[in-house]
Design a protein around this ligand. Structure first.
Ligand code: GLY
Length: 374
């Protein structure tokens, strides 16, 4: 079974195909774009070992030759040095304006290879073949590409939409449970921000989905992509509604910065804890009932995910230190913190009107809980 979501951007529209076995069909999809019959693939060393031979065999069967550049796995690869290496490699492969480059990996590879494609010869087409749940439901869709700066994450980049996304859900089977659940943090975010019925469904189907139920996985990736495609269609460049996708990210980015963007806290884990904190803040501001943050936390707990700051190993800065880290987030506008808050599950909105003493009280209580648990 394969599902398709269309991203309806005039002049830059594309399909996202979702289902098991799509990797084997990449050849015909890519060949249909025309261009040279030589395809450049940018991937990472982990994905290359697991899946590259399968991708290249499919391309060969469709009459395409291919060459791959495998970069080190991990966030540190999203840097100037690896971008330069990628662009120079694509040039050495004589990639032309009409060619297609494949980004084959998780969010790091999608962002880096997409950015390389954006600036190569002022823009060549690229196909995203995301291999992680996080990349399938979020980073491969919507055209945000880029690298990190020593000044902060994702500060250098461009909007460059892919020409196609192939989300092969069978590839999720090789993820560690931790990486899968980190990606699930972004899935559940969609329910919390705009689809209460999807959140209800995840509450009942989430455990089966995590255990490997393929139909549930396809449905979760498809609904997530539909919601993202709809938001991106309305607001491609994040002048408005697209910022709703940042639910949980203001708190989450501060926690990621506080833990040095390390293995102590994966991005999706930071988002999940951040969503719980955003709902707690919303309840304290009287925007939603206290039941909503409790329900969010209960579901994350049922899934075996990190829910509280207490679930992050090691020390964290105090509340004022965390608030200062939030101030460094890209989402600051005119010096004011912008939060995505919620009037209930499935009803998020943006606001800059949040008293910092209430934010500090939420952080203080979360840190006190962490201290009490030792
Ligand atoms: N990951 C958030 C966005 O694509 O806008």
């Amino acid at each position: 079974m394969t599902a398709t979501v269309h991203v309806d951007l005039p002049g830059r529209e594309y399909d996202i195909h979702i289902g098991p076995g799509l990797l084997d069909q990449a050849g015909p999809y890519v060949a249909a774009f025309g261009g040279r019959k030589h395809i450049c693939i940018i991937t990472d060393e982990t994905v290359a070992v697991l899946h590259l031979a399968q991708l290249q065999a499919g391309l060969t069967a469709a009459g395409l030759t291919s060459e791959a550049l495998a970069l080190p796995a991990g966030e540190a690869t999203k840097c100037w040095a690896q971008l330069e290496k990628s662009v120079e490699w694509l040039l050495s492969q004589k990639v032309e304006r009409g060619d297609v480059v494949i980004a084959f990996g998780g969010g790091v590879i999608g962002d880096l290879a997409g950015f390389a494609a954006a600036i190569m010869r002022r823009g060549v087409r690229f196909v995203q073949i995301p291999t992680t749940l996080l990349a399938q439901v979020d980073s491969s869709v919507g055209g945000k590409t880029g690298i990190n700066s020593p000044m902060g994450k994702n500060l250098i980049g461009a909007f460059h939409q892919p020409s196609l996304v192939l989300a092969d859900t069978a590839l999720l089977g090789t993820l560690t449970a931790r990486d899968f659940l980190a990606g699930y943090g972004e899935v559940v975010k969609y329910g919390m921000l705009g689809d209460a019925a999807f959140f209800d469904w995840l509450e009942t189907q989430g455990p089966a989905l995590a255990a490997g139920d393929m139909d549930a996985r396809i449905r979760a990736v498809t609904r997530s992509c539909e919601m993202k495609a709809d938001i991106v269609r309305r607001d491609e460049k994040e002048n408005g509604d697209r910022a709703l996708l940042n639910l949980g990210h203001t708190f989450g980015h501060a926690l990621e910065a506080a833990t040095g963007y390390s293995d102590r806290l994966l991005h999706g884990e930071g988002v999940a804890i951040g969503c719980a904190l955003a709902f707690e803040l919303s309840a304290r501001l009287g925007l939603c009932s206290q039941e909503d943050p409790s329900r969010v936390r209960a579901h994350l707990r049922d899934m075996g995910m990190k829910v509280d700051m207490a679930d992050i190993a090691g020390d964290l800065p105090d509340a004022a230190g965390l608030l200062a880290l939030m101030g460094q987030d890209k989402k600051v506008l005119d010096g004011k913190l912008r939060f995505v808050l919620a009037r209930g599950i499935g009803d998020a909105f943006m606001t800059s009107d949040v008293p910092s003493d209430v934010v500090l009280s939420v952080l203080d209580d979360a840190l006190a809980l962490k201290k009490s648990r030792g």
